[in-house]
Design a protein around this ligand. Sequence first.
Ligand code: ATP
Length: 448
Amino acid sequence: MADKILSLAKRRGFVFPSSEIYGGAGSTWDFGPLGVELKNNVKRAWWRSMVQLRDDIVGLDAAILMHPRVWEASGHVENFIDPLVDCRSCKHRFRIDELPDGERLIDAWRAGSVDLSSIACPRCGQKQLTVPRKFNLMFKTHVGPVEDSASVAWLRPETAQGIYVDFENVQQSARRKIPFGIAQIGKAFRNEITPGNFLYRSLEFEQMEMQYFVRPDDAAARFEEWKAERMRWYVSLGIPEAKLRFREHAGGELAHYAKAAVDIEFAYPFGWKELEGIHNRSDWDLRRHSEYSGKDLSYFEEATKDKFIPHVVETSGGADRGTYAFLLAAYDEEPDKEGIRTVLRLHPALAPHKVAVLPLSKNEKLTPLAREVWASVRGHVMTTYDETQAIGRRYRRQDEVGTPLCVTVDFDSLEDRAVTIRERDSMAQVRVPIAELTERLRERLPGC
Ligand code: ATP
């Protein structure tokens, strides 16, 4: 399945390896004409549910480069590290958690008592693993011409810190009372030791993160609410419930900031893996930023006269991992008279093109009307137009990239000013007057 998606993604212009003509940059990806539509739609659907439809969340777009002290306060300089081991025999490199019984080994490593002498290399079977080394996952760069310690800057490994440092600016300018949230979508960078599995783990990716600021005594309940809400979002956009599950983090596995954490996992072709994390971060981040910046980030609650550092419930999803999961869940093949019909059963809100306008054949009598129909639809939803090859082939081409509706203009259309709408999933066809077309399309495109 992963191979089929990879091939479809490349062939139809969803995703290409970055810098491919140079042999690829390794675990970075470019989104092609259809991919950028799909990923934008994933982000738009998230923004719609998190910001547009709620009265308690506002948006933010913070800078990627931040003051270097931010990453000391956040704990990333000290703690955002992976323990690395090399096999002396086959030279393969692993993160400890990739070894058999990895979670126990991570716990032991954190406790300073890991012993790998009896562990066989999963690649070659030799018991020749090195002692673990620490490796910080943040990309380091320098601001200005001098590369010294005073000019160090980090590419952000998560978008959340931009939200914390702007907490007071947002709260006051948007006149928000707790509980309220701040949502942000943006690039994050991690120097992953073992990137791979297509979009699942790359060096540069986008996160869709929301930090919900609450009273300390409210955090546990809000954590449960957000778990349910985030799961509901994936299901509402077409991922079958059977392909999603929660996984609670065990105590030793919790990130340095987390009080409680749960992953929403998706059944990727390479196993159940994290799609999104929901974290109770307590007051860790705002407290640390208060300490490191000297700016008191506590909040005064008018109604109760309580003063406290807000606690945070975070929802942190990946736009790329999400896009990949939506593609995998939508992929379907069914037998038909020409062999196999490949269909991407994407939710209409996510489909790159909502409507394809297709003249029955490439014919100088049909083209003007078909283009007129196209012009009448394209202002409303994202559309495409295709007049080459037989109509059956063109339907298949649209099915394969998930276009929910095709509008066919035929020779009768010239007389009766009507066209045929053909549905991707059922392949049902219905004739509608051109004058009513946009309305009839709208009814069939919920959430677009
Ligand atoms: P993992 O354990 O898989 O590395 P994580 O627990 O480090 O993930 P978080 O720090 O919770 O991930 O990041 C939140 C979200 O950001 C993840 O759920 C995922 O969707 C996305 N994400 C994190 N790292 C990557 C990556 N290297 N490539 C693509 N998406 C990522």
